[in-house]
Write a protein that binds this ligand. Sequence first.
Ligand code: FE2
Length: 394
Amino acid sequence: MQSSFTFRSPTRIVFGEGSVDALGAELRALGATRVLLVTGSSHTIGSEGFRRARASAASAGVAVEVFSGVTSDPPVPIIEACSAAIAASGADAVVAYGGGSPIDCAKAACLHAADARLPGAAHPDAAWGDYVHGRIKAERTGPPLVAIPTTAGSGSETSSAAVTTDLVARRKIGMSDERFFPRLALVDPRLQASMPPALTAATGMDAMTHAIESLASRNANALSAAIALESARLVGANLARAFADGSDAEARSGTALGAAIAGIAFSQSGLGMVHGFAHPVGALAGAAHGLANAVMLPYVMEACIEATPGPYARLASAFGLVPTGDEDLDARAALAFVRELSKTLGIPRRLRDAGVDRELLPAILADALSYRNRAASPRAFTDAELHALLESAW
Ligand SMILES: [Fe+2]
């Protein structure tokens, strides 16, 4: 835990059922007259929520163009296509509608458009891959971004993070930049009610992982930890209910808020080795991000608790368990709660059960060893310990 810190969370959050209908008025308040609406599949475009977002913008006199077809963990070519669409549309704001992938894509595309494509670009025609690999540092700030999440998972709607997939290197690369904070998040739990149970489970466990990794990070501070604990409480109390009954409005509201505030927390602290493993598991084995986190979480938690149970012990009361005051016992009770929750949600227990081939383990390990947040892990794992941890999870 950091005793001196800076806390920054500039995203305006409008939370609650029906908040999607505020899009038009909020865009006008931003001074926007023309927006690019970035989203994923045609299924999303046909949804009631998307129609309402579009209608709200139109009724406020804001012109809307749509960029669709953003795929999971957006690869470089899609981000560049989105950036080109921002430049071609003349949009003065961008709206991302969907799960973490369209929001991450829009964040990256806004920055790329401003720095490489719009008039006055600092690096005209530079490739997004150059930014991802640190060969170029963006100097411009993109148009303001409005995020409307339809999953309770990534926390991208409030975070300074965006993930890009490098298809050539088969790597997912997470980037943090203060310019990635959306200007506004419209978090409407009703938009998340149509998620099928498996998606509710995987995305919800991504949010739970964000809360736990942020809480336990060496770079946590008192404020980020308080938010992370509340996020864990909200997700812990509501995820199984939302999974069992997607129309449970109270449960959807709880998971929506839990996921959104986890984004605030981990933007301060960073994440940990669950994500360090989940990124290569996703990039190399094709496992969905939330599922990869959900499988890895108990293994990494257990290994960290052996070294430093303190932060995990704080989870016991957040999960509604009666704390004993013994850090080790309380941390292990929290771990048992997470294991039980995963079981209820039908999460596979091992990587092999999630479709990860054994021959991928060396490449997964190699990527995880260089994870950018490794130094902030609550346990200072040696390479050999991470190897053993991966083997046990497989
Ligand atoms: Fe995540």
